[in-house]
Ligand binder design. Sequence first.
Ligand code: ZN
Length: 153
Amino acid sequence: MSSRSGEPASRSFAKGMQCPRCVSHNTQSAKMGYSQSVRTGYNGTQTISEYGKTLEPPEPLCELGTFFATGVFVTMVSLFLIPNLPVVVDFAWAQGLSVFDWPVIVVSVVIGIVAGLRSAVSASTYNTSIFQPEMQGWERGVVCRRCGHRFSR
Ligand SMILES: [Zn+2]
């Protein structure tokens, strides 16, 4: 594992890896192929070629984003659910309360935070157990420019 990012392309890819399928030396790392296919426009928007799209790296999950997305969603569901629960089950303390009553809001926010934390933990687990190995595989990925075969160096 000597070749990582930061090495001059001319040196590390001058000869190219040999494609195991068509024995062509016209190969390129998936990472380089991807970065070359991304174009940044005047206003900062990025466009990517069809070829580049096939080389996109795996995306990690954002723990904070997952926390808020799940937390807010569960809080909202809980807000509307709790006042309606007494109808279904014997939920004495919520009897007669509405979405806008403090106990309902507090309980909903707490439930939302707990749910948000749980999803943040599972996002973090995903990142270490699935995303990281995928990313390492992506960084080792090589693409044959002749036949399109993808392999690992
Ligand atoms: Zn090939």
